[in-house]
Design a protein around this ligand. Structure first.
Ligand code: PGA
Length: 251
């Protein structure tokens, strides 16, 4: 059985004060949830403060990106060791906004992934097609390239520490969710790719999240699908009530 995992990607939102308020509310609302992995991903500036508050709770801390070098003259970047020092056990790599606006490629996603895995972090690796690719019936090809490219050279031991997130770009922040059937179709395809890269047992253990306009009222239907093991939530993770309801909807 794959344990459900719900992660809130706060993106470039929340001051430290706002982050503290949000996470205090989540702690209160979610204290009794123990059958779902709950992850929050604040901006770098709020990581340490949020960590202080969730240290002894059922909520785990994630960063939104990591650089692959250990240290040195890389202005603006943050290393795996720095993230761990701030309390992160998770990191998200390859989220579509990184790919769209910051020149992220499968190759750089792969480097970030390897650095984070070497530091024993759990890594959420995002993949997903844009609308034109879906309309041109290229979604499967794009996903294949992204999954294979991002996971290049990852060992079958390390894949245990990876969560895949399927996020169709046309569904991110648009209010337009993929149907549960569309999500399942791609998730099933991704699991098949994992089987080819690793083996059947490993593939059956990897968790695959869906992301793209996940809300309290659509999470249940998505989670009922066989290969949907959780959600990566953007907009709806910024409010105590909606994120709590999504986590509870995944129980
Ligand atoms: P959204 O974002 O829930 O606001 O659509 C999802 C994501 O980018 O992780």
């Amino acid at each position: 059985m794959r344990r459900p995992i719900i992660a809130g990607n706060w993106k470039m939102n929340n001051t430290i004060k706002e982050a503290v308020e949000l996470v205090n509310g989540l702690k209160r609302e979610l204290v009794d949830v123990n059958s779902v992995d709950i992850v929050v991903s604040p901006p770098f500036t709020a990581l340490s403060d949020v960590n202080e508050l969730i240290m002894d709770s059922n909520i785990k801390l994630s960063a939104q990106n990591v650089y692959w070098q250990e240290k040195g003259a890389f202005t603006g970047e943050v290393s795996t060791a720095m993230l761990k020092d701030a309390g992160c056990s998770y990191v998200i790599v390859g989220q579509s906004e990184r790919r769209q606006y910051f020149n992220e490629t499968n190759e750089t996603v792969n480097k970030r992934l390897k650095a984070a895995l070497a530091g024993k972090m759990q890594v959420i690796v995002c993949v997903g097609e844009v609308l034109e690719e879906r309309e041109a019936n290229k979604a499967f090809d794009v996903i294949k390239e992204q999954v294979q490219g991002s996971l290049q050279g990852i060992s079958s031991l390390d894949i245990n520490n990876v969560v895949l997130a399927y996020e169709p770009v046309w569904a991110i922040g648009t209010g337009k969710t993929a149907s549960a059937e569309q999500a399942q179709e791609i998730h099933h395809y991704i699991r098949g790719l994992l089987k080819d890269i690793f083996d059947e047992e490993r593939a059956s253990e990897v968790r695959i999240q869906y992301g793209g306009s996940v809300k309290p009222d659509n999470v249940k239907e998505l989670m009922q699908k066989e290969d949907v093991d959780g959600a990566l939530v953007g907009g709806a993770s910024l409010k105590i009530d909606s994120f709590s309801a999504i986590v509870k909807g995944a129980v």
